[in-house]
Design a protein around this ligand. Structure first.
Ligand SMILES: NC(=O)C1=CN([C@@H]2O[C@H](COP(=O)(O)OP(=O)(O)OC[C@H]3O[C@@H](n4cnc5c(N)ncnc54)[C@H](O)[C@@H]3O)[C@@H](O)[C@H]2O)C=CC1
Ligand SMILES: O=C(O)C(=O)COP(=O)(O)O
Length: 463
């Protein structure tokens, strides 16, 4: 058996041109001993492969920060501004090592089955519902996201929408664009003193809570876990209590089986007459037909939707009945603000996400570090130094069952295991070890021995 091309160690050591700011930590040497005791060797950058062989596919207009970061590493980066049709996606994913996506691209088990060399997936967004995380882990594919870089942008959009709905600004602006001057104050309100009900008090919900209170609103929230309320906000016991007490209900839950149609006919009826609904979480959280009914009956006074049960894969004049039957109904509703999933679309958020997820991918490819992974145990080892010239870093992703580590250590046993870390998450375990005094010629043999273990999911060797 030969080592796949992407993990063939081609160069022994490459010294970083700029010293790492945490060189002391990485070198594993305490600065307090002084250089004469333990000379501080520069960090060794592991090179698992010829970096030029690493292929990265970036879809959905991922920010240039990420593209530049990945290109600087020497990887081959293919960039697309939109997501791809499934037939094109399965072709493109076949031989890439990393795929970068946002919220549109669905990486289902059947799509992932076409990926023959995939090491990692970067979700350049918060949500990871578009990826079959379990199946990816089963295939040894590590998934990263950006858990909070766009939270503030979403919270700011929601604040804007609360005011816009309250003053019917969407409709007023539309009338003016069509030449109508219609000055009225009926059914227009201040937001001061009104109740904002937040469903899901995580990164976005809690940030929104602070902004809303600073504008004089009273905040209630409902979450499935007990959470510390910020400021004067108050957690309520159940969703019904929140719906019955709020002037504005805003949704900030992830897409899960439990949140599917979380707001349906019953919940809409339970909302106060004349209240408003805002959804910038996922389209599946609201039963859109029921929402149209609640708007048409006059029970709700308005709604703002940033996400939809079905969304176009690219920009263009495609928000019409070809996308879904409900589109025409939604477009016809008064005081309903429609935005094309732009909650996290700000320059600040996209740049931060680009460097966060891009950085996590580089660390994973070059050193095996899984910190920040959403479907793998989080494992890291301090960096090797250039002094540790003939060290080999072994990464073994395997099924989590008794006896595997004993088998692995038997294989590595002729070498000193300088450091080792292993952790598991459900059925999957991730082991990383640095072993010393390994001849380049031995790497192939060690690799082959690990590859034939029945528990093996993926073996990587960094030298
Ligand atoms: N429109 C857009 O552009 C964006 C949309 N999002 C969406 O917003 C969602 C929330 O984002 P974050 O606040 O960062 O997530 P988070 O994980 O920080 O918070 C989610 C909260 O929802 C709670 N929760 C889960 N299930 C619940 C249920 N059934 N009922 C009540 N609470 C429940 C959780 O306990 C958690 O506190 C993301 O999962 C994503 O789908 C995120 C960013 C941008
Ligand atoms: O971060 C998220 O979960 C979002 O929904 C934002 O998605 P986007 O990056 O705009 O496709």
């Amino acid at each position: 058996m030969t080592i796949p091309r992407d993990i063939i160690p081609v160069s022994n050591t490459v010294i970083s041109s700029t010293p790492s700011p945490n060189a002391f930590f990485n070198a594993g040497t305490s600065p307090s001993y002084g250089a004469s005791y333990f000379p501080i060797a520069p960090k060794k950058q592991l090179k698992p492969f010829n970096t030029g062989d690493i292929k990265i596919l970036l879809l959905e207009n991922i920010n240039p920060t990420a593209r530049e970061l990945l290109r600087k590493e020497g990887y081959q980066v293919e960039f697309h501004t939109s997501s791809l049709r499934e037939s094109e996606l399965v072709e493109k994913i076949r031989d890439v090592h990393v795929i970068g996506i946002r919220s549109k691209t669905k990486l289902t088990a059947s799509v992932l089955d076409h990926a023959k060399s995939l090491l990692a997936i970067g979700c350049f967004c918060i949500g990871t519902n578009q990826v079959d995380l379990k199946y990816a882990a089963k295939r040894g594919v590590t998934v990263f996201n950006s858990p909070f870089s766009n939270s503030r942008s979403v919270a700011e959009l929601v604040i804007a929408e609360v005011i816009m709905l309250s003053r019917r600004i969407g409709d007023k602006s539309m009338e003016m664009h069509f030449g109508t001057w219609q000055k009225v104050s009926t059914r227009c309100w201040e937001i001061r003193g009104k109740v904002l009900g937040i469903v899901g008090y995580g990164h976005i919900g809690s940030q929104l809570s602070v902004l809303a209170e600073s504008m004089g609103m009273n905040v209630l929230f409902y979450d499935v876990i007990p959470l510390m309320a910020i400021g004067k906000a108050r957690q309520v016991k159940n969703l019904s209590e929140l719906l019955a007490s709020s002037d504005f209900v805003t949704l900030h839950v992830p897409e899960t089986l439990e949140t599917r149609d979380l707001i349906g006919p019953v919940e809409l009826k339970a909302m106060k007459k004349g209240s408003y609904l805002i959804n910038s979480s996922r389209g599946s959280v609201v039963d859109i037909q029921a929402l149209c009914e609640a708007m048409r009956s006059g029970h709700l006074a308005g709604a703002a939707l940033d996400v939809f049960p079905r969304e176009p894969s690219a920009n263009g004049p495609c928000f019409n009945e070809d996308l879904a039957r409900w589109v025409t109904e939604v477009r016809d509703l008064p005081n309903v603000i429609l935005t094309p999933h732009i909650g996290g679309s700000t320059e600040e958020a996209q740049e931060a996400i680009g460097s966060e997820v891009g950085g996590a991918l580089v660390r994973y490819i070059n050193s095996g570090c899984t910190i920040g992974a959403v479907n793998m145990p989080e494992v890291t080892l301090r960096s090797l130094t250039v002094a540790e010239e003939s060290h080999l870093r072994v990464i073994f992703i395997h099924q989590n069952r008794p006896g595997v580590l004993r088998q692995v250590n038997d294989i590595l046993g002729d070498h000193n295991v300088d450091k080792q870390m292993s952790d598991s998450r459900g059925d999957i375990a991730y082991m990383m070890a640095d072993i010393s005094k390994v001849d380049y010629a031995e790497v192939q043999a060690l690799y082959s021995k690990l590859e034939i273990l029945s528990s093996k999911i993926m073996t990587r060797m960094l030298y």
